[in-house]
Design a protein around this ligand. Structure first.
Ligand code: 7RM
Length: 652
């Protein structure tokens, strides 16, 4: 942790080399929205004018803005003076254009039940629920918490808030009642929208009981709305708790979409980060909608008439907000929404869904791809995946071997892969290929999107043109966070103070000789071995490039001689049997002796956040023999105990 703020340490070493390249296939380019460099050229001439063109072309405004950008670091206002309604943009305008019968959501429940919802139906339900919220006393600016499974009502609830100017704060359904209570209290939310329960791995997981526990300590909550999904028994408190179906049954389907200011607060989304209290990241209306509509259209080369899009994220994360709800619906896309886990009832559930709906654009996380690799090539091979034409990834660096596996076994060797780097804070994608324009390299997120400016800098904020350093953004962008709820000082300190005049993302990255960007993980995770800064990502990718390895997590643990020593935790693929020595030698060959792990532990699992990111902080605690710290954001805490037991037993 100390290195990231230490101005004397050298920059992150760039060690691994990747020379495979994948130009967009000609057949793809023939129908692609963007080929060549025109979009990049336009944006580099005048980025504000570029974003203004996107805003005008892709979004419906009630009032034109008079100023594109008012920028007083760290405070940005985009499209000043403009007004619009986000729900109108996601629903009404498509219905008005005659596309009311187009499917908005093909919903697939985990047990196999399904719902098909058209744009006209979604609009009607959003209007009814918006009226129901008004009936509960909700007004523009009020905060509403949403704690739901992956059911269509989650999107309805978000859009109903947007329609009436209420601010939603979605808490992932896998979070505990305590996490929910903390987030409700920080936002002082007035209404909580939850469900009796949802389906996960073949069973109903109860949500309402957790919600009840939370609201016992949240004085601001006046009403609770409960969607019936799990069918499990719940307690309903008279006057406070209301069934969703009863509320919408009694509500009018007429609800005008009032215009709101471009800078009206659209939502809060709490991000835990690695340390400290969760931050309520603030996103506003006009700039955010412009950013997610633009990126969803061009990064996925969306042809809304023919494409079937599927993003496997949960609506509780920013990926679900931007690329399940707002981006796709604003673009009038048809999408698949799936409630459950990828291995119910079998390890091929995702591929069955792709084949069933003819999914053409598929967006998932590297952690999922590595899991699929572990489950073996036979699972996707059971299904016809030939409808797919664009694949995407988000959330972590994708190891080159995982990229290759995705390309071959899911994409059939024909689909461009867009590795999209962005954050809760950026609102939308920032660094990514454009599938018809960019020659990709496995493991590289390639270049900043048109309109985005990124630079790698060293500790003294000098720009680096080749090599490793800190990833910074040098220009404001429309989807950028507008602050941390209730904590402007923390906003400034976290993102705008490390380097003057730029946003610091907290990630390390390197630029190769061709100008390609390679994300190297959070700078807090960078290791320092005998004075060499080595990225955890590169050592992990070297390990994953061994045919026996499915997944690897690497950390630096304090070492008397080398400062830090590299410890690796490795999950082997299916029935492979590589041992520690073979894998250490493999890393030495791929990167060099300096990057050879001191110890490699074979493990059946790794500690991950609920959104699937490896929690290296905990592995560092294990490696250094400490009592492990805060595990509240962990998806499955038992693996840490197991790793600790192994560390102790292998010490003697
Ligand atoms: C969208 C999301 C943000 C952090 C970010 C990175 C990491 C995300 C990539 C990536 C390498 C990528 N929001 N990250 N995408 N690293 N390549 N394509 O994940 O707020 O939850 O996380 O995730 O470290 O800073 S997030």
């Amino acid at each position: 942790m100390a290195e990231s703020g230490d101005p004397t340490s050298d920059t992150i070493n760039a060690l691994m080399a990747e020379d495979r390249v994948f130009p967009p296939p000609d057949s793809f380019k023939n129908d692609a929205l963007v080929t060549g460099t025109f979009l990049y050229d336009e944006a580099s001439q005048d980025d504000e004018a570029f974003w203004a063109r996107q805003a005008a072309e892709l979004v419906d405004w009630d009032t034109e803005w008079d100023t594109i950008l008012d920028w007083q670091l760290p405070d940005a206002k985009w499209f000043v003076g403009g007004t619009l309604n986000v729900a109108h943009n996601c629903l009404d305008r498509h219905v008005a254009a005659g596309r009311g019968d187009k499917v908005a959501i093909h919903w697939e429940g985990e047990p196999g039940d399904t719902r098909t919802i058209t744009y006209a139906e979604l609009l009607e339900e959003v209007c009814r629920f918006a009226n129901a919220l008004k009936g509960l006393g909700v007004e523009a600016g009020d905060r509403i918490n949403i704690y739901l499974p992956m059911i269509p009502e989650a999107a309805v609830a978000m859009l109903a808030c947007a329609r009436i100017g209420a601010v939603h704060s979605v808490v992932f359904g896998g979070f505990s009642s305590q996490s929910l209570a903390d987030r409700i209290n920080d936002a002082e939310a007035k209404v909580l929208i939850t469900a009796d329960g949802g389906y996960r791995r073949g069973a109903v997981f109860p949500l309402k009981p957790a919600a009840d526990e939370a609201i016992a300590e949240t004085p601001s909550i006046e009403h609770v709305v409960v969607v019936q999904r799990g069918g499990n028994d719940v307690d309903m408190v008279d006057g406070r708790d209301h069934w969703y179906h009863e509320l919408i049954g009694g509500a009018s389907s007429e609800c005008p979409a009032e215009p709101f200011d471009a800078e009206h607060l659209l939502f809060l989304l709490y991000t835990s980060g690695t340390t400290g209290r969760p931050k309520g990241i603030m996103h506003t209306t006009g700039g955010y909608l412009t950013h997610v509509t633009y990126t969803h259209k061009y990064v996925f080369d969306l042809h809304p008439e023919t494409d079937v899009y599927w993003c496997t994220a949960d609506v509780g994360w920013i990926t679900g907000h931007s690329y399940i709800v707002y981006g796709p619906l604003s673009n009038g896309a048809t999408q698949v929404m799936y409630e459950g886990v990828p291995n119910y009832p079998g390890n091929d559930r995702f591929w069955e869904i792709v084949a069933k709906y003819g999914v053409t654009i598929f967006y998932t996380a590297p952690t999922a791809i590595r899991t699929f690799m572990k489950w073996g090539d036979a699972e996707p091979a059971k299904h016809d995946l030939s409808s797919l034409r664009v694949l995407g990834t988000v959330g972590e660096p994708i190891n080159p071997e995982a990229w290759m596996w995705y390309h071959e076994h899911i994409g059939g060797g024909r689909c461009p892969i867009v590795d999209t780097w962005w954050q809760t804070e950026t609102g939308g994608m920032m660094i990514s290929p454009l599938p018809g324009a960019t020659t990709t390299k496995p493991g590289s997120a390639t270049f900043p999107l048109p309109g985005v400016r990124a630079e790698i800098v060293d500790d003294d904020a000098n720009r680096i043109d080749v090599g490793g350093g800190y990833l910074t953004l040098t220009r404001p962008w429309p989807g950028m966070l507008r602050g941390i709820w209730g904590d402007p000082q923390r906003f400034r300190d976290t993102y705008w103070s490390r380097f003057p005049d730029r946003y610091f993302a907290g990630d390390g990255a390197k630029l190769d000789d061709d100008g390609y960007l390679w994300l190297l993980g959070r700078v807090d995770d960078v290791m320092n071995v005998s004075g060499h800064r080595i990225s955890t990502t590169e050592v992990e990718s070297a390990l994953v490039s061994h045919p026996s390895v499915a997944e690897a997590a690497v950390v630096g643990a304090t070492d008397d001689t080398t400062g830090q020593a590299i410890f690796a935790y490795v999950i082997l693929r299916g029935d492979s049997d590589a041992d520690e020595d073979v894998l250490r030698a493999h890393v030495a060959e791929e990167i060099g002796a300096i990057a050879k792990p001191k110890r490699i532990f074979l493990t059946p699992d790794l500690p991950k956040t609920r959104s699937g990111k490896i929690m290296r902080r905990l592995l560092r605690d294990v490696a250094e023999g400490r009592n492990i710290g805060d595990t509240t954001t962990l998806a499955d805490a038992s693996i840490v105990d197991e790793l600790q037991a192994r560390a102790t037993s292998s010490d003697d």
